[in-house]
Write a protein that binds this ligand. Structure first.
Ligand SMILES: NC(=O)c1ccc[n+]([C@@H]2O[C@H](COP(=O)([O-])OP(=O)(O)OC[C@H]3O[C@@H](n4cnc5c(N)ncnc54)[C@H](OP(=O)(O)O)[C@@H]3O)[C@@H](O)[C@H]2O)c1
Length: 272
């Protein structure tokens, strides 16, 4: 057995495939989804590898809190937290807490999951792998003040890319904080992938034909995430990986002042 992996968002897309590949590599899985009925088919398919199927709406702080309590009560060690679940939306939406939805699900939820699972992650000297986006390298910087109330709501290039930029910085800040305590943090971009997220209204209209033809299948992208756990990367923390290589993050994502500010925001908004 490779250890216990908590994987979010396994109902479809990259999450389904990454769960299959981790199971094939000998991991025991805790599947975290907002709808356990839709999560059931994969849980049954991988039944020998599924230790638990846990309900969490990652746009709801109380729901995440309940899920991390449940996991912590049932498992002493978590060797891997794979923050896969994410949204790429069209028109502006807010969560029940009144927070812009990309920032809520793509940035705050991974932060809150780390805080809630810190005990079993520390016990295992575990790894937190967060699915990022290389789009952060092609944007004009992170606008921290606009995360809660974006002025640019363009699909893909607006709040989605900002939330992925922000989560890279948040994970970088957590990597610093936990560096001496044994949790390893990584961000990995799976590359352009044909999924519901990239074929719907979250994609600009002029890129939809491109995504339908040129984007890769989820199996291939899932393999890139699994590869980010490869022993060749050692126990180095704070890495950003895409296409199997460690790449530089944009300067703001590694700036300790930006990381501190984002961690304070995350703490104030989630209460943990
Ligand atoms: N596709 C790409 O080209 C690409 C590129 C770079 C990064 N990524 C990232 O890769 C990850 C997976 O993306 P994908 O393309 O596979 O997307 P997808 O097919 O849209 O799947 C997204 C997953 O996240 C779950 N999810 C969304 N909101 C949730 C919530 N509030 N609570 C719990 N679960 C929620 C979905 O569950 P439901 O079924 O319940 O909605 C689904 O399982 C995301 O973080 C995405 O940003 C994707």
């Amino acid at each position: 057995m490779r250890g216990l992996a908590v994987v979010t968002g396994t109902t479809r897309g990259i999450g389904t495939e990454v769960a299959r590949q981790l199971a094939g590599d000998g991991w025991q899985l805790v599947l975290v989804n907002r709808d356990l009925t839709r999560a059931q088919a994969l849980a049954e398919e991988l039944r020998d590898s599924v230790a638990a199927s846990v309900c969490a709406d990652l746009a709801d702080h109380r729901s995440i809190d309940n899920a991390t309590r449940e996991i912590t009560a049932r498992f002493e060690r978590v060797d891997l937290l794979l923050n896969n679940a994410g949204v790429q939306l069209g028109p502006r939406r807010n969560s029940a807490q009144g927070i812009e939805m990309h920032f809520e699900v793509n940035t705050l939820a991974p932060y809150q999951l780390v805080r809630g699972l810190a005990g079993p992650l520390l016990a295992a000297h575990g790894t937190v792998l967060t699915v990022g986006s290389r789009g952060m390298l092609h944007t004009r910087g992170l606008k921290v003040d606009a995360l809660l109330n974006p002025t640019n709501n363009r699909p893909l290039f607006g709040p989605y890319t900002q939330s992925k930029f922000a989560v890279a910085a948040v994970m970088g800040g957590l990597a610093r904080e936990y560096a001496d305590r044994g949790i390893v943090f990584r961000v990995c971009c799976p590359g352009p992938t044909k999924t519901r997220g990239t074929t719907g209204e979250g994609m600009p209209w002029f890129l939809r034909p491109v995504s339908a033809i040129a984007f890769k299948p989820a199996t291939r992208s899932a393999a890139k995430l699994v590869d980010a756990l490869d022993p060749r990367f050692g126990r180095e923390t704070g890495l950003y990986i895409h296409d199997g290589k460690v790449r530089p993050m944009p300067p703001q994502a590694v700036d300790p002042a930006v990381q501190r500010r984002l961690l304070e925001m995350c703490r104030d908004l989630t209460g943990v």
